[in-house]
Design a protein around this ligand. Structure first.
Ligand code: MLT
Length: 324
């Protein structure tokens, strides 16, 4: 059976797949056309966020049985079309969590202490310490929107800084947390009370443009927003306008409406810190997503076992032949 490696994964991950007898077609650094032509007769495709598995690729990949996403976000997969075609879509939901939470904290601290401006002005030979007075995080209010695995890890870390944490997530309620950890409120309340707002939700039709100019107007004028989740949740031109007009104070943006973002409305804006989708870019997360997606893909193709599928329940290797 053949697996198309459409985005880079670690050598270890590749060895797991080839050691299970799968033929690997490695097109991680190839053009989209080459990937499409390689998809024609594969059983599995492994991607990260770089390759889109859209309806066109699904139509070409006639024998496709499984898509493995090395990472969490599945917004680059046409899930409806894959499901209709009977293709199992798997991701690796746990292994990026700490890296994404730590990157969020790094950005919050950078915003609070002007680290980006200190660095860039000092590189220009300016000793600007009196103009770059920051704020402590202690006693500041952070609003966490999205309280899945990453949001909860961010919460724990913010508590260790003595921050007051509130949060909103349509799938949680206060009974799931202690009152000392977090106050669960409606989105408008969280947005209007917080000094920092951090986003930890998927991009979908309910979250696209969640932060538009109207919502920025509900934030404190001294507040900042951090997005390590997905581009598109924040409307970029509305954010630039909100910053330019002093509606809010700052932003840290790791994810963009269009990636790779080699040009952006934010470039050159002092109020914005930009990083190139680094949330899961740690040695640990990259290795672990590769190992996990390779294990899941080879189990599925060699035994029928399904784990971490988005569009079907988990099935063990012993249940698979019975259910088939
Ligand atoms: C994820 O969804 O796992 C992260 O954003 C990293 C990535 O897109 O690969």
């Amino acid at each position: 059976m053949k697996v198309l490696i459409a985005d880079p994964i670690s050598k270890h991950g590749l060895s797991i797949l080839s050691d299970s007898g799968l033929d690997l077609i490695i097109k991680a650094d190839s053009s989209l056309d080459e990937k499409l032509s390689a998809a024609k007769d594969v059983d599995g495709i492994i991607i990260r966020s770089g390759t889109k598995v859209d309806n066109k690729m699904l139509q070409i990949a006639k024998g496709l049985k499984v898509i493995g996403r090395a990472g969490v976000g599945i917004d680059n997969i046409d899930l409806v079309a894959a499901t209709r075609k009977g293709v199992v879509v798997m991701n690796t939901p746990d292994v990026n969590t700490i890296s994404a939470a730590e990157h969020t904290i790094a950005l919050i601290l950078t915003l609070a202490r002007n680290i980006h401006l200190g660095h860039s002005t000092l590189m220009d030979g300016q000793w600007n310490r009196h103009n770059l007075i920051g704020t402590e995080l202690r006693n500041k209010k952070i609003g966490i929107l999205g309280l899945g695995k990453i949001g909860k890890e961010v919460m724990t870390r913010c508590l260790s800084f003595g921050m007051e944490v509130s949060g909103f997530d349509p799938f949680v309620n206060q009974d799931m947390f202690s009152d000392k950890e977090i106050k669960i409120s409606g989105i408008d309340e969280v947005v209007s009370e917080s000094d920092f707002i951090t986003l930890h939700m998927p991009l979908n039709k309910n979250t696209e443009n969640l932060f538009n100019f109207e919502r920025f107007k509900k934030m404190k004028s001294t507040a900042s927003i951090i997005n390590v989740a997905r581009g598109g949740i924040i409307n970029e031109s509305d954010l630039a306008r909100a910053l330019n007009e002093g509606v809010i104070n700052g932003a840290a943006i790791d994810v963009f409406e269009v990636e790779p973002a080699t040009d952006s409305i934010f470039f050159g804006m002092e109020e914005v810190i930009c990083t190139p989708h680094l949330g899961a870019s740690t040695l640990e997360a990259q290795e672990n997503v590769a190992l996990q997606v390779a294990d899941q893909m080879s189990d599925f193709l060699t035994t029928g076992a399904v784990s971490n599928a988005i569009n079907m329940p988990s099935i063990s290797a012993s249940e698979a032949p019975v259910l088939k």
